[in-house]
Design a protein around this ligand. Structure first.
Ligand SMILES: NC(=O)c1ccc[n+]([C@@H]2O[C@H](COP(=O)([O-])OP(=O)(O)OC[C@H]3O[C@@H](n4cnc5c(N)ncnc54)[C@H](OP(=O)(O)O)[C@@H]3O)[C@@H](O)[C@H]2O)c1
Length: 401
């Protein structure tokens, strides 16, 4: 009986591995399509080497044979290459379309539109139009996955609004400390999902698919799943493809660094309806009732706007930080600082505290490259002083400020 139980567990794990492999292959295909649209080389040896080095190091850390693990991952990369190669083999009917695409050298990345509910985009949720479903929240058992900055914010925000909160962390001592601090439950066990009816995954975007597949088997019908990722396109589709049909799913993006807020009032949160009408309305309503501004959006639209709001914006600041550091020593910079530089240094301090999230946004926002290229072009043009450029700049500044 014991052997049977262990074998059953092995079968479940094998099935999960297979699903994750399928997901990995699908993401590799997405990467291929974006690269093709951007005219970028299809094989990136540097990235592959980075992946393999990381795998080798992580395998050693957890006591797995690094060389054997590396072999498995090389096989996975081959599998992904193979699926990408199949995308290049096209039927004669598709050839003409592909040729046309190839001539459009500056064509934007392929946009995959999710089949969302028919919400208007970029509207601020008004007084009406939101269903009152306060019963659901009052009775909800909320599971928060990830005890990082956003996880803590979610716990603080939902305290007193739901019946019970359980914080899930991979680190038991951290979970216990935070649970005591906020007077909530904690666990390291994902099976708690079978009791929850609201689950918020406050974890990095590249770990969402893995966590969604670990939760999958425990989810009961009607459970509302929420992610808080700063990047939506690709990420939301992957999570949706893993979750079972009987759940509802809404993706949110709090547009603030939660570590530094004192009041919820005046903050903005983007709400992206993905699956189920009730879920997004409930989530939008709870934020709106607490005084936050709610913007309803779609994954593509969110990422397109955030490529300017975050990708290009952060990059401009970070490039300045490197420039200042490489041309002056920090003491000189501080000694001669102007008031406006002081402001910039404060912003850089905030960026430093959030560097991993910022790096992920730079990597994953599929509209980011267009914004970065535009930023570089404008820097180049502005560095050559011409009346024409400065007229353009004056106009932009007067419209923006
Ligand atoms: N920071 C911001 O300003 C901000 C704003 C808006 C949205 N977001 C988004 O919110 C999410 C969380 O960001 P954050 O700032 O809270 O990051 P964070 O402080 O680094 O916390 C992320 C947490 O995710 C958990 N985690 C990491 N890898 C995991 C894995 N493989 N499996 C399960 N859990 C894992 C960890 O929790 P445990 O160690 O407890 O397991 C970690 O503390 C991200 O998607 C980010 O893009 C961040």
């Amino acid at each position: 009986v014991i052997l049977k139980k262990i074998r059953n567990k092995i079968d479940i794990i094998d099935a999960e591995i297979l699903k994750l492999l399928k997901l990995r292959v699908e993401l590799a295909k997405e990467v291929y399509k974006v690269k093709r649209a951007l005219n970028r080389p299809l094989v990136d040896r540097q990235r592959e080497n980075e992946i393999l080095t990381r795998i080798r190091e992580e395998a050693s850390k957890i006591g797995m044979d690094p060389m054997l693990t590396l072999k498995i991952f090389k096989g996975i990369i081959r599998l992904c290459h193979e699926s990408q190669r199949k995308l290049t083999t096209v039927s004669p009917g598709h050839k003409e379309a592909l040729n046309r695409e190839a001539t459009l050298k500056t064509s934007p990345p392929q946009r995959v539109t999710l089949n969302l509910t028919t919400v208007k985009t970029s509207e601020t949720v008004g007084e009406d139009g939101l269903l009152k479903d306060s019963e659901f929240l009052r009775e909800a058992k909320l599971m928060v996955v990830g005890a990082g900055r956003i996880g803590k914010f979610i716990v603080k925000f939902f305290r007193g609004k739901v019946k019970e909160i359980t914080l899930i962390s991979r680190n038991p001592s951290k979970a216990e400390r935070l649970a005591k601090q906020f007077n909530v439950n904690y666990s390291i066990d994902y099976s708690y999902a079978s009791q929850a009816n609201l689950i918020i995954m406050a974890i990095p975007p590249h770990n969402l698919a893995e966590v969604a597949s670990r939760l999958r088997g425990f989810l009961k019908p009607g459970t509302i799943i929420v992610d808080t990722s700063s990047v939506k396109k690709g990420v939301v589709e992957s999570v949706l493809s893993i979750l079972p049909n009987h759940i509802e799913y809404v993706s949110i993006h709090p547009l603030f660094n939660p570590a530094r807020i004192r009041s919820f009032k005046g903050l903005t949160v983007v709400v992206i309806p993905v699956k189920g009408e009730r879920a997004w309305r409930l989530i939008a309503e709870v934020f709106k009732d607490a005084g936050l501004k709610v913007v309803i959006s779609k994954p593509e639209e969110h990422d397109r706007v955030m490529s300017v709001v975050q990708v290009a914006h952060h990059l401009a600041y970070l490039a300045y930080a490197l420039t200042a550091y490489e041309l002056l020593n920090p003491r000189e910079l501080h000694e001669y600082r102007t008031r406006i530089l002081q402001y910039t240094l404060t912003v850089l301090g905030k960026l430093k505290d959030n560097l991993e999230v910022i790096k992920t946004i730079q990597e994953l926002n599929t509209y980011g490259n267009e914004a970065k290229i535009k930023l570089l072009e404008n820097m180049k043009q502005l560095s050559r002083i011409s009346d024409e450029n400065w007229t353009r700049l004056r106009e932009a500044l007067s419209k923006l400020s």
